[in-house]
Design a protein around this ligand. Structure first.
Ligand code: NHX
Ligand code: ZN
Length: 621
């Protein structure tokens, strides 16, 4: 191939690049200019209609997707205030035209002409063609398709040695994991000494744990402690549009890491490439398989003595291709658990370093309120609490901000619907009172922390919050039975007090049924089916596929049904014998909207029978 003089090539490439840049930049700018929306006040469609009805609109031009015009209101310079309503779309209706006619009768509104079909088609078309032309110019001038691929190649995020100042000091709540990882740090620091006694250095280490538990942070800390470069990529980065790109990225990654050895490679979400081959159904997974094969080749190819270690993270190790976890590959697994009480307190301490806390606050208490939270959740919580304190005009963050922050993280921000019909408010209150009362009357449930009929951003109209007193690791059969009963308590209370149920119970029933199903299928808690594990859910895709007989399938259904029925009977007995208490709690809820654990206790203390007294009819299960 003839070589073009370099200067010409460079110049053409520059021109082409400028062309691309201009089109990208000029497009939106031109649109913005033509709209003249520089100082227009953005209004929602609703606001606009309201202002129109109040006669506050002076003129309006109704466009295809926008309404622009001026208000009667004047700004500081005496000019009428311009406004702009965008994303009107569907809401253009006959009603609007009538409104405009009524309120702007002197014809001070008009409709913008829709763009002619020619304009609408030709302009974007021409832009598109120009872009393609410019892009292909760039590609052809920069050396053909091979380097076009480089364009697509996502470079691994590289943290040079010493540049990633994360150390084990920054990792709180994972003492055991850190102990295990120190060995890897030692190896990276002095790769040679490891093999002195014939020991084989680790090659690949798999960090296994739920999302947000700090696996990436741990990997960075290993690199930081060892002072080696850290190449970080996410598994899903490898799974791309074009067959072969993923594999070439793997090759590229290892080549770069080898060049900088000793070094650390970190692949997050390994399961994205490492899923068992051929598990994804027929066809379409060649790309992932190629990528995985390349990864295996590289894993076998690199000589561990050179001081490269591969760390990877996954939250589903069981889905990984068995070839990946064979000796000499990812042969070590380190479990990064959800932090326990002590771990959470340590993590909170790290995140609260830069946040002024109330003197009264004790992070131990916050840790106790957040069972199940992972590091990322706790970081969010501290942030949320700090924002709330700022919004409330406080100079330090107190316990109440943490409490509200926890609820926001679990269920979203408060959503006080302005308009709830009294009958519905009553139903919500009865429902939540039912949950709370059943939970409170059964010995093996978590204590009720709070009951409320104030809705939340997640769509719940009301909810009952429990407070697990310590991290519960195991659940007895009784505690699962009781959990189902309290989940059913809401709907049952509606039925008992209001005569019929509503459609609000989906999520309660889902959760209750899931517990019952797992009791039967996973925990061997059904006498009829015996202590067998039938696997999670049915994996069958067609009839006759299921790993158990039809007879067993029927028995599973019947046993799930029996557990649910017994739990329902238990809850019903509690609610029927305490009908007055139920009504009392819901009345208080309607009045006060939220009851905390203490308020609930006070109501219960004045009521009969006492919560602990189990009615005779409830002893059937
Ligand atoms: C509906 N919403 O779909 C209406 C609009 C029964 C008093 N007909 O069980 O709010 O029914 O104890 C987390 C958990 C939405 C998020 C449950 C989001 C339920 C909630 C649907 C109370 N509390 N149901 C409950 C409820 C509903 C929903 C959720 C969620 C209701 C119930 C929502
Ligand atoms: Zn409910």
């Amino acid at each position: 191939m003839m070589k073009r003089p370099r200067s010409t090539r460079d110049r053409r490439q520059k021109v082409a690049l400028w062309l691309v840049a201009c089109i990208f930049l000029a497009g939106p700018a031109a649109v913005a200019l033509s709209r003249g929306s520089g100082t227009a006040r953005p209004l929602s469609y609703g606001q606009f209609r309201k202002q129109l009805e109040r006669g506050e609109v002076a003129s309006a031009i109704v466009g295809v997707a926008t309404i622009e015009g001026t208000l009667r209101e004047r700004d500081s310079s005496g000019a009428p205030v311009a406004f702009r309503v965008s994303r009107v779309g569907m809401e253009h209706d006959q009603d609007l035209i009538r409104l405009l006619d009524d309120h702007l009768p002197d014809g001070s509104y008009s409709a913008e002409e829709p763009p002619s079909p020619i304009q609408a088609l030709v302009f974007p078309g021409a832009m598109f063609l120009l872009m393609i032309a410019a892009l292909s110019l760039v590609i052809s001038r920069s050396g053909g398709f091979g380097s076009a691929m480089a364009f697509v190649k996502s470079r691994p995020k590289l943290y040079a040695a010493g540049e990633a100042p994360v150390t084990f000091e920054d990792v709180a709540g994972h003492d055991e994991v850190v102990t295990e990882l120190r060995e890897i740090v030692e190896f990276l620091r002095t790769p040679g000494e490891f093999g002195l006694l014939g020991g084989r250095p680790p090659k690949g280490v798999l960090l296994v744990g739920a999302p947000g538990t700090g696996k990436t942070l741990l990997a960075r800390a290993v690199a930081g402690e060892a002072g080696v470069p850290f190449f970080s990529l996410c598994g899903s980065d490898f799974v791309e549009l074009f067959v072969g790109v993923g594999a070439s990225r793997v090759r590229n990654l290892f080549a770069r890491a080898q060049a900088k050895a000793p070094s650390l490679i970190f692949i997050d979400e390994l399961d994205a490439i490492g899923k068992a081959r051929g598990s994804g159904g027929p066809g379409g997974h060649d790309e992932r398989d190629q990528t995985l094969n390349q990864l295996l080749v590289e894993l076998d190819g690199f000589d561990a003595d050179r001081g490269i270690i591969l760390l990877a993270a996954t939250n589903r190790p069981e889905t990984l291709d068995p070839a990946l976890v064979r000796p000499g590959r990812f042969d070590r697994q380190v479990v990064v658990d959800r932090p326990d009480l002590i771990g959470r307190a340590q993590i909170l301490k790290v995140h609260a370093r830069s946040v002024p806390l109330d003197e009264s606050i004790n992070l131990q208490m916050v840790a106790a309120m957040t069972p199940g939270f992972v590091g990322a959740d706790l970081a969010n919580l501290v942030n949320e609490a700090a924002l709330l304190a700022a919004r409330r005009g406080k100079t330090s963050v107190g316990l109440s901000e943490f409490e509200e922050g926890i609820e926001r993280l679990i269920a979203g921000p408060e959503r006080r619907q302005r308009l709830i019909r009294l009958a519905e408010k009553r139903r919500i209150a009865v429902h939540e009172a039912g949950h709370a009362l059943v939970a409170r009357c059964l010995p093996e449930t978590d204590p009720v922390h709070k009951v409320t009929i104030i809705g939340r951003g997640n769509g719940a109209l009301g909810y009952t919050l429990y407070r697990p007193e310590e991290d519960r690791l195991l659940h007895t059969r009784t505690s699962l039975d009781h959990a189902i009963s309290s989940l059913l308590g809401g709907t049952l209370a509606e039925e008992i007090v209001l005569g019929e149920v509503s459609d609000g119970c989906t999520s309660d029933l889902q959760r209750a049924t899931q517990i019952a199903r797992r009791m039967v299928m996973e925990f061997g808690m059904s006498p009829l089916l015996g202590r067998l594990n039938y696997g999670r859910e049915a994996t069958s895709s067609g009839p006759g596929d299921s790993p158990w007989s039809e007879q067993t399938a029927r028995e599973i259904d019947l046993e799930i049904r029996r557990i649910m029925d017994e739990a329902e009977a238990r809850a019903r007995a509690i609610l029927e014998t305490r009908r007055a208490t139920l009504e009392r709690i819901s009345a208080e809820l309607i009045e006060r909207e939220t009851l905390d654990g203490g308020a609930l206790e006070r109501i219960l203390a004045e009521s009969h029978p006492a919560p602990g007294a189990v009615p005779a009819s409830a002893s059937i299960a």
